[in-house]
Ligand binder design. Sequence first.
Ligand code: ADP
Ligand code: C5P
Ligand code: MG
Length: 206
Amino acid sequence: MKNKTLLIGISGGTGSGKSTVTKKLVELIKEENVAVIEEDSYYKDQSNISFEERVKTNYDHPFAFDNKLLIEHLKDLKSGKSIEKPLYDFELHNRKKETLLVEAKEVVILEGILILSEEEIRALLDIKVFVDTDSDVRIIRRILRDIKERGRSLDSVIYQYMKTVRPAHLQFIEPSKKYADIIIPEGGYNDVAIDLIYQKIKSIIE
Ligand code: ADP
Ligand code: C5P
Ligand code: MG
């Protein structure tokens, strides 16, 4: 192995399959060789406002994230230092009290909706991936997932999508696709694309 951390960014719209692609890459690379950083973990702490107010936050705008801490942690991992990763609770719309110790590994995967739209984050990434899935498919996936896993109602997912998710996607996420080195169509079950990225990772770290 070369004495350098490989930082891979996986971006794409909500419901595109970023988290699923990441999970499959981790299985291939093997958990002991890879650290995963979810951009979601770096939503700003909102303990100072009520649940009713937190529901109304725009979670798709760059302002929602604590990018200073995220960038600091990415630099730490790249230089071999471990970090205390914040954890996020989608049901409470807030950071959890506990953090998770993440040790530096030869491969670090950063996944999230806005990582390619931030110049300072882009500059740290060795491989930039954009998971590209049509918006009708993404909203259907999101409705099913958010009701099942994030404690949401159908009405709330649709309202949020029209009010903040879709406008931010068009303003920030879709235009950031041009910065990607690789574009994966359809996401989580594109085994050929996932294997190609894995082969590239293997060729660099071995
Ligand atoms: P993201 O992290 O980009 O929002 P996820 O990986 O959470 O997306 O995927 C959203 C939902 O769609 C999840 O429930 C996941 O299991 C499902 N999913 C992901 N990829 C596919 C695919 N290629 N076909 C069908 N369902 C998928
Ligand atoms: O996994 P995914 O890319 O869907 O995660 C990002 C999405 O999570 C954003 O589109 C944002 O609207 C949503 N989110 C939410 N509630 C929060 C935090 C994020 O619906 N409290
Ligand atoms: Mg996700």
